[in-house]
Design a protein around this ligand. Structure first.
Ligand SMILES: N[C@@H](CCC(=O)N[C@@H](CS)C(=O)NCC(=O)O)C(=O)O
Length: 409
């Protein structure tokens, strides 16, 4: 089922929307009023801790949840069901206590039962040592290969070549071609390694080797088609890599920690100024239609509406539409369109709602519609997965925003 039925021509209150959304998704976050990020995920195993017990792991990670190295550690913590707490570090303004604490000053770092560990690979290995080797093969020969491949993932130059290729200005066509050839050779090595053991993973079971590669390969698979016209997913040269992505996609922990394609693509342009040469990848329709994703997006929007509205008023440019400095009408229109979006996510009937509430397209209040258009376009690109919601929910929200936006004028 993709939508709740029956289709409704009522627009529900925020409280009603929140209640309905929560009936259809177990996803919850904690609110962090006035802080960045404004919400934080709740580790799936936190409920297993006895009351008033501190989690055994404290993870220091980036406040935007973009860092692929932090994703490795989060992925392992979720796979191993280790309860943990998170301290977010603003990488653009790292606190002195953090740079004093961690010699590299980088994220991630972790305190494992009070002991500081840094460097993602070392944190992963320390978690295995302390919490059971569930992400290493039992067979000792295979374990030795695992250890070697974990080291290789750091030293084989794959990441360096990949990001050189991604950042190479396209004007120098010869250099771009060379880098593409070099990068393809690195992917060929990964493809071959994935074929060495039975099953879709690097080794015969899911392991730290998969975790070492997944955040980077995931980002590259999203970025390269748009920024370099180079496809990993769907490329017949890499059948094992594609089967590996499919297998990762079956893992609930991966869905909690991964980003969505749009987050990955916008990040490259905004943070690194790299210009896309192709169109954005299409939004995944299966993710957009799944009711649990739509419900999670509606839940996030309803529960965190104050922060969302505050952000839109401050940063989207919508204030320019205030008549004689009266922001209250603009605020009400922002609120309304976000509520419409949440309603649409749950009930799928944005068009009818808009028509009904504005008296049809002929009598549209253009100022109200303009605020709505800005609100929806802004929130569509502003949300960031997994910082604000899961990748699946973010995809559902972006699709819904496009659809409601298409009905405005
Ligand atoms: N080798 C490190 C790399 C960590 C890393 O590069 N972290 C970046 C974020 S993705 C960082 O902390 N950047 C902040 C800075 O460079 O000051 C690891 O595996 O943990």
């Amino acid at each position: 089922m993709s939508l709740l039925t029956p289709l409704s021509s009522t627009i529900f209150s925020w409280e009603e929307l929140l209640e309905t959304a929560r009936q259809h998704t177990p996803a919850r976050r904690v609110k962090r009023p006035g802080q960045a990020p404004s919400t934080a995920p709740i580790p799936s195993s936190l409920h297993t801790l006895p009351p008033d017990t501190k989690p055994p792991v404290l993870l220091y990670r980036d406040s935007n949840s973009w860092c692929p190295f932090c994703e490795r550690v989060w992925f392992a913590l979720e796979e191993k069901a280790i309860p943990f707490e998170t301290e977010f570090i603003d990488l653009s303004n790292k606190p002195k206590w953090y740079t004093d604490l961690v010699p590299t000053t980088l994220v991630p770092a972790a305190k494992i039962e009070g002991q500081l560990v840094y460097e993602s690979k070392d944190i992963l290995l320390a978690l295995e040592e302390r919490f059971g080797e569930t992400l290493l093969p039992e067979n000792s020969a295979e374990k030795a290969v695992a250890k070697q491949w974990i080291e290789d993932a750091e030293t084989n130059g794959f990441r360096d070549i990949a990001y050189k290729f991604l950042r190479q200005p396209p004007e120098d066509e010869q250099e771009l071609t060379n880098l593409q050839v070099e990068f393809t050779a690195k992917l060929d090595e990964i493809e071959q390694n994935l074929g060495k053991y039975p099953g879709p993973y690097f080794l015969s079971t899911f392991s730290l080797v998969d975790i070492m590669y997944s955040p980077h390969l995931d980002r590259l698979a999203a970025n390269l088609p748009v920024y370099r016209g180079y496809h990993i997913k769907g490329n017949p040269r890499f059948p094992h890599i594609n089967a590996w992505f499919d297998a990762l996609n079956q893992r609930p922990a991966y869905h909690r920690v991964k980003s969505d394609n749009i987050t990955n693509n916008l990040l490259l342009r905004r943070r690194f100024g790299i210009q896309p040469i192709g169109h954005p990848l299409p939004l995944n329709s299966a993710d957009s239609e799944a009711i649990y994703n739509r419900a999670e997006a509606a839940e996030r929007l309803s529960d965190n509406r104050e922060a969302a509205i505050g952000d839109i008023l401050k940063n989207s440019g919508v204030q320019g539409l205030a008549v004689e400095g009266d922001i209250s009408t603009v605020q009400a229109a922002v609120d309304f369109h976000l509520r419409l979006l949440a309603n649409y996510l749950l009930y799928g009937d944005g068009r009818a709602l808009l028509g009904g509430l504005t008296g049809g397209k002929d009598s549209i209040d253009t100022n109200f519609a303009a605020v709505g258009a800005i609100t929806l376009a802004y929130i569509r690109n502003r949300i960031c997965a997994p910082r604000d919601m899961s990748a699946g929910a973010a995809t559902a929200l972006r699709t819904a925003a496009d659809q409601v936006l298409a009905a405005i004028y």
